[in-house]
Write a protein that binds this ligand. Structure first.
Ligand code: KG4
Ligand code: ZN
Length: 367
């Protein structure tokens, strides 16, 4: 279980509204307490890695069961770390979609029941709305930065690669992936070379050791004039390149006991793959910025932890004098602090949801 640092006790009136957030859209069971001003008092994430690893990816049925088994410990720990009683909570928020419907149902039902039991408002939050505002969260228990009236959000995760135009509470989708998401493709390419789940962070780390110029050039999808993303072509090209490498004399075996666990040809190929994946994002952003200048770019999602992506974005944003908010690594992957934070902003606008009307949805449009 990951958790935030202990923060000093705060007088309870300073906390209001205190939002308890729940996130169970995929394979992480998460609970967080976020106080006035978007101060994260605690953010506990219990990973289910060990349960899914034997299968090489997330097994939905196992994920739902694990959420049920983990919830009590996770929520207790979140309250303890925040130093608050459940009775101090002013609103309960849970992710209602998109995600695995069985997993969502667990968190959503718990959230509704808690809100009902406490007699407090309930909010069903769109998972991507959580990610979208997460770059403004602080990791030291201080208030979140107030997002500017207008910004562009880039969400890169296992399920999404999307660009959003955010003006106040109005969110417009500028671009989405037409097929696979960036994180998903990192996972699949990593799996093909034998890496254990979750492969994305490992592919990123190993790509750091390779030299893309020594490997085959992999395609960067163009999607013509559109800002949309496409990763299936890159995925196929990378898988074929691995296959081609295996047909040569090169040693392509994964040897976890060695450091690094691959010989250079595989590392070079992973570097070429990562470069093409990240460069596609940079190209879309350059195109968007030429059309209408980006005032501030907020980058979030699990794959926003990607080292090359972060470096390239930092360089480009500095050159173009664009304000850049890269999500803190603690809040890049799925977490409940981002869900409570998104809910707190809706609460401040006087919005709540009817628990009877808030249903889990595996697919859910944002905006
Ligand atoms: O946001 P997230 O925790 O869950 C979803 O909503 O999908 O993102 C998880 C995804 C996984 O596909 C994971 O492999 C990928 O993000 N990921 C990365 C990196 N760290 C996590 N992909 C590329 N580079 C990374 N450093
Ligand atoms: Zn996510």
């Amino acid at each position: 279980m990951a958790h935030s640092d202990d923060s000093p006790a705060i007088p309870s009136n300073d906390l209001e509204p205190l939002v308890l957030g729940i996130e169970t859209s995929c394979d992480d069971t998460a609970c967080a307490l976020v106080a006035r001003g978007g101060r994260v008092l605690s953010s506990v994430v219990s990973s289910q890695l060990a349960a899914h690893r034997p299968y090489g990816g997330v097994v939905p049925e196992i994920a739902s069961r694990e959420h049920l088994a983990n919830w009590q410990a996770v929520s207790r720990r979140a309250l303890e770390e925040a130093g608050v009683e459940l009775s101090a909570v002013d609103a309960v928020a849970a992710t209602r979609g998109p995600g695995l419907v069985g997993s969502l149902l667990v968190g959503l039902s718990l959230g509704k029941a808690l809100a009902y039991g406490l007699g407090k408002p309930f909010l069903g939050v769109h998972h991507l709305e959580g990610h979208l505002y997460s770059p403004f969260l602080e990791t030291d228990g201080t208030p979140a930065e107030t997002p500017p009236e207008h910004f562009v959000g880039l969400v890169v995760s296992g399920g999404h690669t999307s660009l959003y135009d955010v003006r106040g509470s109005a969110v417009t989708t500028l671009a989405e992936t037409r097929d696979d998401a960036m994180g998903e493709v990192f996972d699949k390419v990593g799996k093909r070379v034998g890496l254990p789940y979750p492969q994305g962070p490992l592919v990123d780390r190993l790509a750091e050791l390779g030299d893309r110029r020594r490997a085959e050039v992999l395609p960067i999808a163009s999607t013509k004039e559109s800002l949309d993303f496409s990763y299936s072509g890159l995925k196929t090209a990378a898988l074929l390149a691995i296959e081609a490498l295996e047909r040569t004399d090169a040693d392509t075996a994964y040897r976890p006991e060695q450091d690094p666990p691959f010989e250079p040809p595989v590392l070079d190929l992973l570097a070429a793959f990562r470069y093409a994946a990240v460069e596609q994002i940079l190209r879309r952003l350059r195109r968007l910025h030429r059309r209408r200048p980006i005032p501030l770019l907020a980058v979030s999602g699990g794959a926003a932890a990607n080292r090359l992506l972060r470096r390239q974005l930092e360089t480009w944003a500095a050159e173009e004098k664009i304000s850049l908010r890269l999500v803190p690594l603690t809040y890049a992957g799925d977490n409940a602090a981002m869900i409570a934070h998104a809910a707190a902003q809706r609460l401040a606008r006087g919005e709540t949801d009817d628990p009877l009307d808030s249903e889990a949805a595996s697919r859910l449009v944002l905006g």
